[in-house]
Design a protein around this ligand. Sequence first.
Ligand SMILES: Cc1cc2nc3c(=O)[nH]c(=O)nc-3n(C[C@H](O)[C@H](O)[C@H](O)COP(=O)(O)O)c2cc1C
Length: 365
Amino acid sequence: MDLKLLTPLKVGETKLANRVVMAPLTRCRTAEPDNVPTELNAEYYAQRATAGLIISEATQISRSGQGYAGSAGIYTDAQEAGWKKVVDAVHAKGGKMSAQLWHVGRMSHSYFQPDGKAPVAPSAIAAEGAKCNIIVDGQHKFVPCDTPRELSVGEIGQIVDQYRNSAARAVRAGFDFVEEHAANGYLLQQFQATNTNKRTDRYGGSLVNRARLTLEVLDAMLEVVDREKLGVRISPYFNINGIADAEPEQMALYLADEFHKRGIAYLSIAEPSWVGGIELTDTFKRKIRETFSGTLIYAGEYTPEKAEAAIQSGLADAIAFGRLFIANPDLVERIRQNGPYNVPDRATFYTEGSRGYTDYPFLNV
Ligand SMILES: Cc1cc2nc3c(=O)[nH]c(=O)nc-3n(C[C@H](O)[C@H](O)[C@H](O)COP(=O)(O)O)c2cc1C
């Protein structure tokens, strides 16, 4: 069968070979505390280069913005050089790659903070039940996140600067796109959500104020990245990691409209159903489509069949696959051949080394 999922797509000025996107996936495979991408990371991403677009694992813009030991950074020269090797390896295989830039905010631990202080957030409200990943006795261990402290306005400005710097580094490393991670309960969504942002200054209160930091960061990134190469990820209705936003639809539509005005290349929407959240309705997705005219990428428990239907319906332009891409480096070929698919091993999602990372078999090998 001819699948539209496997047909080319132009995103901004960049032509993707197909609409099968590798979702951003934290895998914790860099060494603490330098968090420099390695040859192993390059091999992992190059194995998956037949994706129309690879979105990198979330990559911190500062040590303070980290919450998982081993997650990659892009704020030092060594990290930038490490990423350049990764991107070169993906390009050598004909792939395209976007850099997802993040700051985890309160989803962190004193382990990562300068002088062992508290992590930072819009307000000093702990993420109930949320876990970070730190190294204890040489092993990765999930532990409760620490209660954060409230950011000052001056510190917020520094974070905006860090996003700009990291975006410039991503461009220098050769990424085809740079993505602002404004989803999944991390710093920018902590500012967006009504229950995590109790500020009384221009970054809190009204919806416009709660959206302000997401847009200030985007505008800073636009100073160093062409709008045709910029994307944003949001997660409307996301309800874990202590997020309980009273206005998820209003926030999503307001942000989508602001992204549209700025003419960015793509909007990536992380659906919350894979972590027990609601199913986003077609009515909601239609409103997003009517508001944002760039490329729309959706992710969350898609099978190839469901992905094809979403693209055929006109609500999505491309679909990002997470766990299927962890286990199937040649996912595009497997979709073309209608399977079979390797099954992902959860136990090695966030561990070290090649096991469960670069050793999933290809078809016919
Ligand atoms: C191991 C793992 C790591 C993830 N890391 C990230 C990340 O770094 N950034 C992000 O935006 N989403 C992350 N996600 C969410 C995925 O991008 C995706 O939205 C989710 O896995 C649902 O898609 P799936 O059902 O195809 O796996 C992660 C998911 C998993 C399973």
